[in-house]
Write a protein that binds this ligand. Structure first.
Ligand SMILES: Cc1cc2nc3c(=O)[nH]c(=O)nc-3n(C[C@H](O)[C@H](O)[C@H](O)COP(=O)(O)OP(=O)(O)OC[C@H]3O[C@@H](n4cnc5c(N)ncnc54)[C@H](O)[C@@H]3O)c2cc1C
Length: 252
């Protein structure tokens, strides 16, 4: 089947972190009324480089579906072709893409779940959280608990912090746990890498370590660079998790 190329128009651009050069970009797709996708999927942005070569790069959608719109969040990679092209767009500019793609989506029904992300790996997690706890609309979490364990280096790189904090304050079954590998003095939150906290979290949550528990098996969704994803997958397997409980998206 021939793939369909769409044109996305940048509506808004927000700097998420000056120091990390991370941007939140909001697009619409003017040629359709509804751009259908599942939270957690990605689009492939396409463009031609200075040598006339077709380039494409994947970007997870950092939003749940809403009309013909979608958001992404990305870091400017030094010397990188596509991240610089996208980070330099200004509202009104257009870019071509195809999609949606990917299977990193929430499996029904909702069960207690750990969302583990680092850096811009938080993008699909934001989509998931918007999907589960959609503000004005009805809560879709069905009472299951969701823990978002988010790792980054500095406090200034906690992307979407206010959104996640607000959602956690409004929903007792959403738990937001940012952890910093280089915390500032006085930081009272978690410290170190995400994987160090996964085991502790599971020990704190009764019934999870035992596969014979009467509770339905938990799930984990992991997104970010391969090293972190692999470390967390290995740890969960060591703790007795079945691979079917573990879903992941690797950015490299
Ligand atoms: C399924 C999927 C979803 C993705 N979603 C996102 C997303 O939501 N947000 C996002 O920012 N990125 C995401 N990525 C990564 C993205 O596709 C690009 O790889 C990234 O933006 C770099 O592209 P570039 O063209 O700027 O760099 P390139 O021109 O491809 O590479 C330039 C140099 O930078 C290095 N490099 C490539 N990627 C990175 C990186 N992430 N950090 C540091 N160095 C790097 C390369 O090894 C190379 O040396 C995703 C990747 C996949 C596979």
């Amino acid at each position: 089947m021939e793939r369909r190329i769409y044109t996305a128009r940048l509506r808004d651009k927000i700097v998420l972190s000056e120091s990390a050069q991370c941007y939140h970009l909001e697009f619409d797709v003017p040629e359709v009324e509804q751009f259908s996708f599942e939270a957690g999927q990605f689009v492939s942005m396409v463009a031609v480089d200075a040598q006339g070569k077709h380039q494409s790069r994947a970007y997870s959608m950092a939003s749940a579906p809403r009309g013909n719109r979608f958001d992404i969040c990305l870091d400017r990679v030094e010397g990188g072709f596509f991240s610089n092209l996208l980070c330099d767009l200004i509202p009104g500019d257009t870019i071509q893409f195809d999609g949606p793609h990917g299977f990193f989506v929430l499996r029904p029904p909702p069960v207690d779940t750990i969302l583990i992300a680092t850096g811009t790996g938080v993008a699909p997690m934001k989509g998931f959280v918007e999907q589960l706890f959609p503000g004005e609309a009805e809560d879709r979490s069905e009472g299951a608990h969701f823990w978002l364990l988010y790792g980054t280096r500095h406090e200034s790189e906690i992307y979407y912090r206010r959104y996640f904090e607000k959602t956690a304050a409004e929903h007792s079954n959403f738990h937001y746990l940012p952890t910093l590998s280089r915390p500032p003095e006085g930081w009272e939150g978690l410290r170190g890498y995400v994987q160090a906290h996964v085991r502790q979290m599971l020990q704190d949550h009764p019934g999870i370590l035992s596969r014979n528990s009467t509770a339905p098996p938990m799930r984990a969704y992991i997104c970010g660079l391969n090293e972190m994803v692999s470390a967390n997958r290995a740890q969960l397997k060591e703790l007795g998790w079945d691979r079917k409980q573990i879903h992941f998206e690797r950015y490299d």
